[in-house]
Unconditional design. Structure first.
Length: 479
């Protein structure tokens, strides 16, 4: 019965992502053209792109023609004309699909998402580019379904005594507007969300049931798959490592040796496989370390950063600057926690260019504060039962905190190189299972009598939020 509920939640997430794929015009999801270029390179050339460089074009003639033919810019509003649309489609019929030795700015990313997206790209080979992009977007919507299903399993693991908690939290995630918007586009973040949810679920299962060899193997495989999706996945691994250590500490003496073996496997699998990938990437595909690690080890950045700068930037992303701290032009007067992360969570679409008016952000703040108060009340009521579960809470905080710190480290390094802001809510959606858990815990404040009804109300609010976000996007592009 519960498995059926998980499938229903996943199906809703897929349909929601498919709707976003329909209403969002091509290349209007952040960096979508670069990700499409990477997929096209893999599908058409059977290799991995080297990255931009002298004498190398950025995209295929087909993709460049499609991007140049859409009747709007990143910041502008569309100018629709049927004749222009017909001319663009005719021009794509004769344009070359074979790209040069680059996949655009996404070329520094690991290849797993693009290798998977190359399959729908090839299956729809006879269609024009816009139709192939739609098919690739549907694959991203399928990944959203996987993310929601794993969120369901995570919440069920954490709150096994409340049958309705998992559907409430999973549906709150399914209808989250930025998640839906991203799941309707071609972007490797979508696979990152799925593997992030998988790792968080496995951490919960290890904490609740103990560390076994199958769980150790699964954790290791998810870790390496996440690293092969996006390098920022590494931010989740320290917290997952703490979950393994807690499981070893909790294990009975008779089971401790088995837990240690499983922990060794969980660590050895990603290290061995990722090291093998680094070697193959350099020897077979000619991709240097900077390309393979998405620029995290770039000497051009490392030579201009410092430990003090990292600490100052991460601190100021969430808290006011302390006396003597270095100031950063990319932050300016902005407060990323509010201006980027929270407002983006409420909804900021296109290439991060438009969203809701200011009053909606304040209304959302009051609503989310209400959710936090409800969750706090539920935790206070269950304080006796929680006393023995504090290692779980600490582990989840470390998973989330480690990832947030890594995102801000990347933001600091990016602003040192470019002087531009980096923060966007989409980078945080790998932590979505925790958001689903928060909503589920808040609903439990209603107790046995009103909890399910309160959960249904919160899901209804999420559905309304998603609907108005869709209408906002449609009004921007089509009104």
């Amino acid at each position: 019965m519960r498995q059926r509920a998980a499938l229903v939640c996943a199906a809703i997430a897929f349909v929601n992502g498919a709707i976003w794929a329909v209403i969002t015009p091509p290349v209007q999801v952040p960096d979508e053209i670069a990700h499409i270029g990477y997929v096209q390179y893999v599908a058409e050339r059977g290799g991995l792109p080297e990255g931009p460089g002298p004498g190398r074009g950025v995209y295929s003639a087909e993709l460049a023609g499609a991007a140049g033919g859409v009747p709007w810019t990143i910041e502008g509003r569309p100018i629709w004309h049927p004749r222009i649309g017909r001319e663009v489609r005719r021009g794509l019929d004769d344009a070359s699909r074979r790209p040069d030795a680059t996949g655009g700015t996404a070329a520094s990313n690991p290849p797993l998402y693009y290798a998977l997206e190359a399959v729908p790209h090839r299956l729809a080979r006879s269609a024009n580019l816009f139709d192939r992009v739609f098919v690739m977007r549907l694959f991203s919507a399928l990944l959203a379904a996987v993310t929601v299903a794993l969120t369901f399993l995570f919440i069920r693991e954490v709150l096994p005594g409340t049958r309705w908690a998992a559907p409430v939290g999973a549906l709150a995630v399914a209808f989250q507007p930025m998640f839906g918007f991203m799941s309707g586009g071609v972007n490797n973040d979508n696979l990152l969300y799925a593997f992030g949810a998988a790792l968080i679920y496995l951490a919960a299962r290890i904490l609740r049931r103990g560390l076994t060899l199958p769980l150790g193997v699964a954790l290791g495989l998810v870790a390496v798959a996440g690293m092969l999706t996006k390098t920022s996945f590494v931010g989740l691994l320290p917290g997952a490592g703490v979950a393994v250590l807690v499981a070893i500490w909790r294990a009975a003496p008779a089971d401790r040796r088995r837990a240690l073996v499983a922990a060794g496997v969980a660590g050895a699998v990603p290290i061995a496989l990722f090291a093998g990938w680094l070697a193959i990437s350099e020897v077979v595909f000619g991709r240097g370390t900077e390309t393979t690690t998405a620029g995290y080890t770039s000497e051009a950045v490392t030579s201009r950063t410092s430990l003090r700068g990292h600490v100052s930037y991460v601190w100021q992303a969430f808290l006011p600057a302390l006396p003597g701290m270095q100031r950063f032009p990319a932050l300016g007067e902005a407060y990323p926690l509010w201006d980027s992360f929270f407002q983006g969570f409420v909804g900021r679409f296109g290439w991060w260019r438009f969203g809701f008016p200011s009053w909606v952000h304040w209304l959302a703040l009051y609503l989310y504060l209400g959710v936090l108060v409800l969750a706090g009340a539920a935790l206070f009521r269950a304080r006796k039962a929680l006393r023995g579960r504090w290692p779980e809470l600490v582990t989840y905080l470390l998973i989330a905190g480690g990832y947030l710190v890594l995102v801000e480290v990347a933001a600091y390094r990016y602003q040192v190189l470019s002087g531009l802001p980096f923060e966007q809510t989409r980078y945080l959606l790998a932590l979505l299972p925790f958001y689903g858990l928060l909503v589920a815990v808040a609903a439990r404040a209603g107790g046995r009598r009103w909890g399910a009804a309160l959960g249904a109300f919160l899901v209804t609010l999420a559905m309304g939020h998603s609907l108005f976000a869709m209408l906002r996007v449609m009004s921007h592009y089509y009104a």
